[in-house]
Design a protein around this ligand. Structure first.
Ligand SMILES: Cc1ncc(C[n+]2csc(CCOP(=O)(O)OP(=O)(O)O)c2C)c(N)n1
Ligand SMILES: CC(=O)[C@@H](O)[C@H](O)COP(=O)(O)O
Ligand SMILES: [Mg+2]
Length: 639
């Protein structure tokens, strides 16, 4: 790492020769494989942008110029070149974030990681430059996948209209999101890629043409003068140029000199310009290149030589869903599946293999996925849209107005619900049970184990006149948690030790084993506890209020924001039923949580059995005192 360790900031790149730049690129690739194999992270995307990032930081002057990364999962090389070379705790508590982070560096302008936002940011920053008469440059790097998102096109519509407002858009085209990028735009990029493009044509032919005179002028100049006609002749670049965006490309995204030349021209252009760069995801790392499914988009810890995972992963929530979908697909021809560019991560790859004509990848387009699902349902099918919980946030209005209002039987399967941890604030699935509470008619299931995933998915797809949601966590699914009996639609997981029970503990989803532990701890304090799993947390089960009435305290535990989640819904249902039992709700505080492991985050926010048991014990003892002495306020819930 002779060169890399000497790069303290982007300007250290200026003095490197072309040969040294190539050596630096090699060093960075070795560094990435070595470092990310130890921690996990986004390996493939970063291996693909090594030369592009070097060229960007040589041509532009960050942080004066603003370099923005769409999604931000490909910002590791940018981190390395901007003074952050300790990757030993990447994505871990106290270590580097897996995405750009303002707290880490003045070179990180935006903290994204939900895709397709960068052009909106760039548009705003460019407008601010114009209003404030600043000459800083704004450069937005967006992948071909992120470019499928509707927000990107809303921004382009604005950007293209301002012909004199400088803004450089770098399209990092590696032909892939996880799997190959789909749709008309991807097809258009493919045409630009495979046709002998204008820039490539000029670069290759420049020498020859300059030597070929045509009526007194070199042919190169003649052709360059008539460039629009020539471009249309060589490659159908119509779409971007017709929108009003200058198009430069396609450029070999691994040729630093070609990249610098294109970026320098774009920088000088004085209006909106697209630089179309062709890169290879996983570049230089054989295990990634051989993995057709996703080119090592995001890996756990791996053996650096083979790319094989270090820990063998046991059964996980996604896998259980994946298998049940195939079983359901065999039984019901009307079941179809939708993914927003994440076929494999959400477990729909198996369904796609079994029923290729019944799965739709819509691109990174969650809003469209929801509306398209409404259309599929209205057309007579039952769509299952599997999506990470955090990414459904984007489609709230569509769930409300298109699916629910139209009484469409659409099932939303929310993977990665609850604390995911290492991907930081944006990737925790902690809002779904709050925002979806307000959707009329919507039914929401939080299965506690694999059996319940299967059972509740089946119950969900039976509903034909309303949206249903099934949400589960990231990672390994725990052992089965058996029910003792059913009350209404709820499972009783534990009976109280006394016939005058103290606490009704309402356990949501995967937190059931922890809630049973809480009950054990309370028992040891002489506090008898019933544990119930409502299974369907929306609407609140009618059997809950009468059950609550037989206890002294109701406690709810959920891995969702405390604001507006299951606890709030239960409290409201009890009030509505006239049940006057004190309620204490445990959940995720309504703040953005730093990246750390799931366990560390849960400990930090007090979502652990000892923490909950301690607080409930305090609450019960205060209630005892209240009855014995004067009334005391119940301790307010912790944020
Ligand atoms: C709104 C949203 N939906 C889904 C994702 C998950 N996701 C992260 S990266 C990615 C693919 C991005 O493809 P591209 O922009 O081409 O970048 P590449 O990884 O190919 O460099 C997806 C679907 C996300 N981050 N945000
Ligand atoms: C950038 C992004 O949104 C995804 O790549 C995400 O980081 C993957 O998360 P998982 O590792 O949980 O699939
Ligand atoms: Mg891509």
């Amino acid at each position: 790492m002779a060169l890399l360790t000497r790069i303290r900031g982007p300007r250290d790149l200026d003095r490197l020769s072309p040969e040294q730049l190539d050596q630096l690129a090699d060093e960075i690739r070795s560094f990435l494989v070595d470092a990310v194999s130890k921690t996990g992270g986004h390996l493939g995307p970063n291996l693909g942008v090594v030369e592009l990032t070097i060229a960007l930081h040589r041509v532009f002057d960050s942080p004066k110029d603003k370099v923005l990364w769409d999604t931000g999962h490909q910002s590791y090389v940018h981190k390395l070149l901007t003074g952050r070379q300790d990757f030993s705790k990447l994505k871990m508590k106290g270590g580097l974030s897996g995405y750009p982070s303002q707290a880490e560096s003045e070179h990180d302008v935006i903290e994204n990681s939900h895709a397709s936002t960068v052009l909106g940011w760039a548009d705003g920053l460019a407008k601010a430059n114009e209003v404030l008469k600043k000459d800083d440059h704004v450069v937005a790097v967006i992948g071909d996948g992120a470019l499928t998102g509707g927000m990107a096109w809303e921004a382009l519509n604005n950007i293209a209209a301002a012909k004199d407002r400088p803004l450089v858009i770098v399209v990092n085209d590696n032909e892939r999101s996880y799997a190959p990028t789909i749709g008309g735009l991807a097809n258009h990029l493919a045409t630009l890629r495979t046709t002998d493009g204008y820039e490539r044509f000029l670069a290759r032919g420049k020498d020859i043409l300059e030597r070929t005179p045509v009526v007194g002028k070199p042919l190169y100049e003649t052709l360059h003068g008539a460039k629009k006609g020539l471009k249309d002749f060589i490659a159908p670049q119509g779409m971007f140029e017709d929108l009003g965006l200058k198009y430069v490309g396609p450029i070999d995204g691994h040729d630093i000199e070609a990249l610098e030349s294109a970026l320098t021209r774009a920088k000088r252009f004085g209006g909106p310009v697209i630089v179309h760069c062709l890169t290879e995801k996983g570049r230089g790392y054989q295990p990634a290149l051989q993995d057709e499914a996703d080119r090592f988009h995001a890996v756990g810890k791996i053996h650096p030589d083979t790319g094989l995972p270090i820990a063998s992963s046991g059964a996980d929530w996604t896998g259980v869903f994946a298998e049940e979908m195939v079983a359901l697909g065999k039984e019901r021809a009307d079941i179809v599946a939708i993914t927003a560019a994440m076929l494999q991560p959400v477990g729909l790859d198996k369904f796609a293999k079994a029923f290729p004509e019944r799965v739709f990848d819509v691109g990174i387009a969650e809003q469209h996925a929801a509306v398209s699902a409404a259309g599929l349902a209205t057309g007579g099918l039952h769509p299952v849209f599997a999506v990470y919980a955090t990414f459904l946030n984007r489609a709230f209005d569509q769930v409300l107005m298109d699916v629910a209002l139209h009484k469409c039987g659409v099932t939303f399967v929310l993977d990665r619900a609850g604390i995911t941890g290492t991907d930081g604030a944006s990737h925790n699935g902690m809002w779904d049970m709050s925002i979806l509470q307000v959707v009329p008619g919507l039914r929401l299931a939080a299965p506690r184990d694999a059996d319940q995933v299967r059972a509740q998915l089946r119950e969900a797809v039976e509903v034909t006149d309303a949206p249903t949601v099934v949400r589960f966590s990231k990672g390994a699914v725990g052992p089965a948690v058996p029910a003792l009996r059913r009350v209404g639609g709820m499972d009783v997981l534990r009976e109280p030790a006394s016939d005058r029970p103290d606490v009704l503990l309402v356990s949501v989803g995967a937190l059931a084993p922890m809630c049973l532990e809480v009950a054990d701890l309370l028992d040891r304090q002489g506090i008898s506890t019933t544990v119930v799993d409502p299974r369907w947390v929306k609407p609140v089960d009618e059997a809950l209020a009468p059950l609550a009435e037989r206890h002294r305290v109701v406690v709810t535990v959920e891995d969702n924001s405390r604001v507006g989640g299951v606890g709030s819904a239960v409290a409201q249902a009890l009030r509505d039923a006239g049940v006057d039992v004190p309620l204490r709700d445990f959940g995720i505080p309504p703040r953005f949580l730093d990246h750390a492991s799931r366990g560390e985050v849960l400990a930090e926010i007090g979502l652990t059995a000892p923490d909950i048991a301690r607080q409930v014990t305090g609450l019960v003892s205060r209630l005892d005192n209240r009855f014995e002495t004067s009334p005391k306020a119940v301790e307010p819930a912790r944020d």
